[in-house]
Design a protein around this ligand. Structure first.
Ligand SMILES: CC(C)(COP(=O)(O)OP(=O)(O)OC[C@H]1O[C@@H](n2cnc3c(N)ncnc32)[C@H](O)[C@@H]1OP(=O)(O)O)[C@@H](O)C(=O)NCCC(=O)NCCS
Length: 171
């Protein structure tokens, strides 16, 4: 379990006392993480599904996967136990190969911090926690699809647009 205490420079949320602890997510977090997932995606586009319906199907999906390969996830938790943010990492197997190349890819997804907590380092800390879980001899590269507002944060963490990767959207 990873724990770290964040010291914001100029930010104090009004509904949750700092410090925030980063810890690995567990299946008991599934319902709270389903709600965060809904808020994350509803910020990006008009939902075609109501929150209750979404949470009703996403919570069991998450409960089955949290704490189990190929998924890992972390949450930023306040003193009261409220979850302020999260990040997910999926280790995607590559085929075995006979050269010195790690045989997994890390897919980073669902990096989200509740709006009132943003800008005090929680997103950066969550991302660094996921990165630290990827040993270079086990994970060849990390991939993700950023939102416009997260690009600077990812670039600071070493992410860049590669020439060696092609994406083929299906719609
Ligand atoms: C992207 C996101 C996760 C960042 O979370 P965050 O907690 O605000 O991230 P941080 O606080 O670590 O960094 C955000 C900014 O605050 C600044 N910051 C960090 N700590 C700070 C502090 N103590 N005082 C002042 N500013 C600080 C950082 O420099 C950073 O600046 P940037 O705009 O150049 O990146 C958050 O904005 C979010 O959830 N957005 C919606 C979902 C989303 O887009 N997710 C990305 C998925 S690909």
């Amino acid at each position: 379990m990873t724990a770290s205490y964040l010291q914001p420079r100029n930010f104090m949320p009004d509904h949750e006392p700092l410090p925030i602890t980063i810890r690995e997510a567990r299946s008991a977090d599934a319902a709270a993480l389903a709600v965060l997932r809904y808020r994350f995606r509803a910020e990006l586009g008009a939902p075609v599904e109501g929150e209750a319906s979404f949470v009703g199907r996403a919570a069991p999906w998450l409960r089955e996967r949290l704490g189990r390969p190929p998924w890992r996830a972390w949450v930023a938790e306040g003193r009261s136990g409220a979850i302020a943010g999260t990040v997910f990492l999926q280790l995607v197997e590559k085929l075995p190969n006979p050269v010195a190349e790690a045989e997994a890819i890390g897919y980073i997804t669902n990096l989200f911090v509740e709006r009132s907590y943003r800008g005090c380092g929680i997103g950066g800390q969550l991302l660094q926690t996921a990165l630290a879980a990827c040993a270079p001899d086990e994970v060849d590269a990390l991939i993700l699809w950023p939102t416009p507002e997260s690009v600077a944060l990812y670039r600071r963490a070493g992410f860049a647009a590669p020439e060696s990767l092609l994406e083929r959207p299906l719609r």
